[in-house]
Ligand binder design. Structure first.
Ligand code: HEM
Length: 491
């Protein structure tokens, strides 16, 4: 009798826990406890975005999935993304315990906050970074002064190493320095072991985030039970190290600042604190985590993109040749390429857009979270639902791109030879209210570095070695495999 009752309870539990709500978006069969993890594992366990895209094709542009008991809605149509991401309620962040390791148990900074703290911090950051150079002529001067260190390094390698260059570490220091001058008023001195360690920590910490991504995302407690295996410990320690460094920076600024003299973004933030001491959204710890967010975002993303740029040039010499011919014809070799030359270089621009599309560095955009119940296209989606944007699927859609697996910059050139910069299926920086605030700086860096390098150098596979692979390394952001290339000054 007891056994029978137990079996009946088990059956009832199975039936109930596999049922989906009446008006929830369609998705794969939901298993008790593990949800859709078995289906994800069947397609690709380590590259979760492949599995997500696979099931989106089967179940549609708005799909519901369960990571354990955590409910996720995946958006795979950019029209939906552009529409809903304009609305406040789609722009929350996941209230996740593991995420809080970044800021010692609190949701702080820009990435993890939502509501008034996020809105005010974001508005303030955008406005004031603009004042310190984002999008202005100063920004170009600052980028180009850092860029010169790359040319110096390449010329030296050509002289001393027959032009063999390892691209793992090359772009990080100059790219971060440009941002850091705006934020903290100083160059990042990469000879300084603290700064080197900070950048290494960013790289290691973000890579560790990919370990067992689906499993540890589904069962948060596992991260704490198996801190080493899950990468939780490295993340916690890495973020603690970074946050301590940022606190030191904030303290230093406090000691050295002169009220009314605004050297950099941190000074402006402190001035705001002083002017409005009752504003609860401006405080020292928030400033430290905000600086950390900017450092982390600024360190990994642009640098990764530039490494993909050189990699694709090596793998597609015909594309490199076309870019160089365009630059030779439109600009020549006598003066440096500037932002205002963009219009004259549609093919070079198209190459960079294709690089963003093809690498899809953020294959699933940093998850959002619904801050209230919504009804969208007839589906009822409850508050707290995690929202994934399927950037990988959008950038690799056969329906939109025809031959998405080919690297073909021409797809971004229209019938009149003009570059298409506003394709709605192109969303590397996200969309709507949380769209990347660093986009202007990132695009300027990538364009100026790529165009000026192409003007003076050629890149190719080192003779006698195999072609580097374009399979990305998995992490929070995808990155290019480590590779070296032969660099030659153009004749
Ligand atoms: C090629 C370079 C870059 C790419 C592809 C990129 C992409 C993205 C994406 C996809 C998001 C998520 C948007 C969302 O949640 O909906 C994001 C957010 C963010 N990015 Fe970038 N990013 C890049 C460079 C930068 C740089 C240089 C900075 C530094 C200023 C930066 C700062 C941020 C911040 C602070 C956020 C969080 C915004 C928020 O939650 O409101 N990014 N970025």
């Amino acid at each position: 009798m007891i056994v029978l009752a137990f079996i009946l309870i088990l059956i009832a539990y199975f039936v109930l826990s596999t049922r989906r709500r009446a008006k929830e978006p369609p998705g794969p069969f939901k298993w008790p406890i593990v949800g859709n993890l078995p289906q994800i594992a069947m397609i690709n366990w380590s590259r979760v975005w492949f599995a997500i895209d696979h099931y989106s094709k089967q179940y549609g542009d708005i799909m519901g999935m369960y990571f354990g008991s955590r409910y996720v809605v995946v958006l795979s149509n950019p029209k939906d993304i552009h529409e809903v991401m304009k609305r406040d309620e789609w722009n929350g962040r996941v209230r996740d315990n593991n995420e809080k390791v970044k800021s010692s148990g609190k949701h702080l900074g820009l990435f993890l906050t939502q509501g008034e703290l996020w809105r005010e911090t974001r508005r303030f950051t955008l406005r004031n970074l603009r004042d310190f150079g984002f999008g202005k002529a100063d920004m170009e001067t600052s980028i180009m002064s850092e860029y010169r260190t790359v040319e110096e390094y390449l010329d030296n390698q050509i002289k001393t190493e027959n032009g063999e260059v390892c691209f793992d570490d090359l772009f990080g220091p100059p790219v971060v320095s440009t941002l850091w001058k705006m934020v903290a008023g100083t160059n990042c001195d990469f000879e300084d072991p603290h700064i080197r360690r900070m950048q290494q920590v960013v790289v290691d910490t973000l890579r560790r985030r990919a370990i067992g991504a689906g499993l540890f995302f589904a069962f948060q407690q596992l991260g704490r039970l198996f801190p080493e295996l899950s990468g939780f410990a490295q993340q916690r320690d890495g973020f603690k190290f970074l946050k301590d460094k940022m606190k030191e920076l904030v303290d230093e600024h406090k000691e050295t600042r002169v009220p009314g003299v605004l050297r950099d973004f941190i000074d402006v933030y402190m001035e705001e604190q002083e002017k409005n001491p009752d504003n609860p959204n401006f405080f020292d710890e928030q400033l430290a985590v905000l600086c950390m967010d900017l450092f982390v975002a600024g360190s990994d993303t642009t640098t990764n993109t530039l490494r993909f740029v050189i990699l694709y040039l090596i793998l597609h010499p015909d594309v490199m040749k076309k870019c160089q011919e365009e630059i030779d014809t439109e600009i020549g070799r006598e003066r440096q390429v500037g932002i205002s030359d963009k219009e004259k270089l549609p093919y070079t621009q198209a190459f960079l857009l294709e690089t963003d599309r093809y690498c899809s560095m953020a294959p699933i955009v940093t998850p959002h979270c619904l801050t209230k119940d919504v009804v969208y296209k007839g589906y009822e989606i409850p508050e707290g639902t995690i929202i994934f944007m399927n950037n990988w699927g959008i950038h690799r859609s056969k329906e939109r791109w025809g031959d998405p697996e080919n690297f073909r910059p021409d797809r971004f050139i229209d019938g009149n030879g003009k570059v298409i910069t506003n394709d709605e299926w192109f969303v590397p920086f996200g969309s709507g209210k949380r769209r990347c605030p660093g986009e202007i700086l990132a695009r300027a860096n990538v364009f100026l570095y790529a165009a000026n390098l192409l003007q003076h150098y050629s890149f190719s596979v080192i003779p006698g070695t195999t072609k580097p692979s374009d399979e990305p390394v998995i992490g929070l952001n995808l990155s290019a495999q480590p590779y070296s290339a032969l660099v030659e000054r153009r004749k």
